[in-house]
Design a protein around this ligand. Structure first.
Ligand SMILES: C[S@@+](CC[C@H](N)C(=O)[O-])C[C@H]1O[C@@H](n2cnc3c(N)ncnc32)[C@H](O)[C@@H]1O
Length: 203
């Protein structure tokens, strides 16, 4: 939770530039698998999934403090001890803060699509981000991506499919209880199509 993670002030330069000792933030549960929700938003998926999997450690990352606070309050109300939260820019977290080969599953659901052509460079997915992802995923670890923005999907799917470090696996499709806030309120209600792509990190 925030008290045990976000509000811990980095003690020195090394902690600012990582990698963080993420596992130790879970105390006695440090050795459990780690799953990361990158751009967790208001946390509907993260909270439901963490509640279903008490034996797994979850880390929600978002750059908006307001959202991180909301998820933290809900996690406390639900008494979920297996969630930690980090307010941070996603690319920075994956490139520098998460230790190498530390993540079992990474969820990237409905990242900002930056629809204007001149803003495409702001999208999270590109070759450099895939390098960072390949670095943090354990061998055999998975990444699940979803977007309702077709041009973004058309950019990401071939990028992943053409990268020899990953192999495509069956897409992760959440049930109704685990749909993200964005999927539930903006995509499902408007019957928009969703592109999903999942990969596994090769050994
Ligand atoms: C469209 S929302 C989707 C949130 C959630 N995954 C869902 O499906 O409901 C995108 C989220 O990613 C966060 N975000 C966007 N760019 C980010 C970045 N570069 N680093 C961290 N979080 C980011 C936003 O603050 C927002 O909460």
């Amino acid at each position: 939770m925030i008290e045990a993670s976000l509000r811990v002030v980095p003690e020195g330069e090394e902690e600012w530039v990582g990698p963080m000792d993420v596992a130790s933030r879970y105390g006695a549960a440090a050795g459990r698998p780690l799953e990361v929700d990158l751009g967790c938003g208001k946390g509907r998926f993260l909270l439901a999934h963490a509640a279903r999997h008490p034996g797994v450690n979850f880390l929600g990352i978002d750059r908006m403090l307001r959202r991180i606070r909301k998820v933290d309050n809900r996690a406390r109300r639900m008494d979920l001890g297996n969630i930690r939260l980090l307010r941070c820019e996603a690319y920075y977290a994956v490139s520098y803060l998460l230790p190498p080969a530390s993540v079992d599953v990474c969820y990237i659901f409905f990242p900002d699509p930056w629809p204007k052509a001149r803003h495409e460079g702001h999208r999270l997915f590109n070759g450099t981000f895939l390098d960072a992802l390949a670095r943090v995923l354990k061998p055999g670890g998975a990444m699940h991506f979803a977007t309702d923005h077709a041009p973004y999907f058309e950019q990401v799917a071939p990028l992943l499919a053409g990268d020899g470090r990953f192999e495509a696996v069956a897409p992760f499709v959440p049930d109704a209880e685990e749909q993200t806030d964005f999927e539930l309120y903006y995509v499902t209600r408007e019957s928009k199509a969703i592109g999903r792509f999942s990969v596994r990190r090769r050994a």
